[in-house]
Design a protein around this ligand. Structure first.
Ligand SMILES: *[C@@H]1O[C@H](CO)[C@@H](O)[C@H](O)[C@H]1NC(C)=O
Ligand SMILES: *[C@@H]1O[C@H](CO)[C@@H](O)[C@H](O)[C@H]1NC(C)=O
Ligand SMILES: *[C@@H]1O[C@H](CO)[C@@H](O)[C@H](O)[C@H]1NC(C)=O
Length: 245
């Protein structure tokens, strides 16, 4: 990739080791998270439900440090969410010295003892390759949300997608095959520097982690869907009822 030659580019590889002998998700190994120098990022680490009770940690290959879940430091938080079968890693104030390899690890207690689920890369640079206007969005059940994903011009001709981390389902700009849900619309904006994802008829189960991608570059987004405001829907139907009759 051309951008690899630019000055002031730092790389962090994130791996999810799958040493348990199961096939690895090679399709995800090329993903690159790009973060602004001095910026922060939250990365979801999904794990199999059967490991809910097991210890999990974030491993830095730079200083060989392990940060176990539910630890919060000034520039690093690793928080387990057993109800969602994932832990999140938030890194703040990212600088040159943070360049390197990192891994999400589950101590499975089995042999071999460490579980790797997938592998990806993260890079920090003065301008992100892909970014979102807001990395947390929320909507009500039955409502809509939209996410604008910005990408640098060198990704103009790459495949652009909106994907869900959990089940790896993706929606692709310009793809109209029937396997794609009509409740998700994804379109390139004029000017070729951004695309917009529109999710309609939100369900509570749509909550979770997604990412925008252009080529190999990804940017994570967290979606929260809350229950429809009580009263609001009822008011609507009442209004319909009475206008109609
Ligand atoms: C967090 O990052 C800032 C900016 O790089 C740095 O000054 C500070 O010492 C860091 N804090 C810790 C606890 O490492
Ligand atoms: C971490 O915190 C979550 C709640 O945020 C809790 O459910 C979980 O049991 C905690 N895990 C550990 C290892 O303390
Ligand atoms: C599409 O939406 C329906 C319900 O609206 C859901 O049952 C189905 O799983 C969705 N398909 C995909 C590929 O997300």
């Amino acid at each position: 990739m051309a951008s690899y030659t630019k000055a002031k580019i730092f790389y962090i590889s994130i791996g999810f080791w799958l040493i348990s002998g199961v096939v690895s998700y090679s399709g995800w190994s090329k993903h690159v998270l790009t973060i602004l120098t001095g910026g922060s990022v939250t990365i979801p680490c999904h794990y199999d439900k059967k490991y809910t009770q097991q210890k999990k940690y974030w491993f830095s290959e730079i200083d060989k440090s392990k940060t176990y879940t539910n630890k919060t430091e000034e520039n690093l938080s690793v928080i387990d969410h057993p109800d969602q079968s994932l832990f999140t890693v938030t890194m703040r104030n990212l600088q040159d010295k943070h360049t390197g390899h990192y891994y999400c690890v589950v101590e499975t207690g089995e042999q071999p003892p460490i579980n790797v689920i997938y592998e990806k890369q993260l890079k920090i640079q003065s301008a992100p390759d892909v970014s979102v206007v807001s990395s947390t969005v929320s909507g009500h059940e039955g409502g809509d949300i939209s996410v604008q994903c910005l990408y640098s011009s060198e990704y103009q001709n790459d495949v652009k997608q909106w994907c869900r981390y959990k089940d790896q389902s993706c929606y692709t700009v310009g793809r109209t095959d029937t396997s794609q849900n009509l409740s998700v619309q994804i379109s390139d904006d004029d000017g070729g520097r951004s695309f917009t994802v529109l999710m309609t008829g939100l369900r509570l189960t749509d909550s979770g982690w997604y990412f925008c991608s252009a080529g190999e570059a990804v940017s994570p987004v967290h979606l929260t869907v809350t229950e429809a405001e009580p009263g609001k829907e009822k008011d609507m139907s009442l209004r319909f009822c009475c206008y109609w009759f």
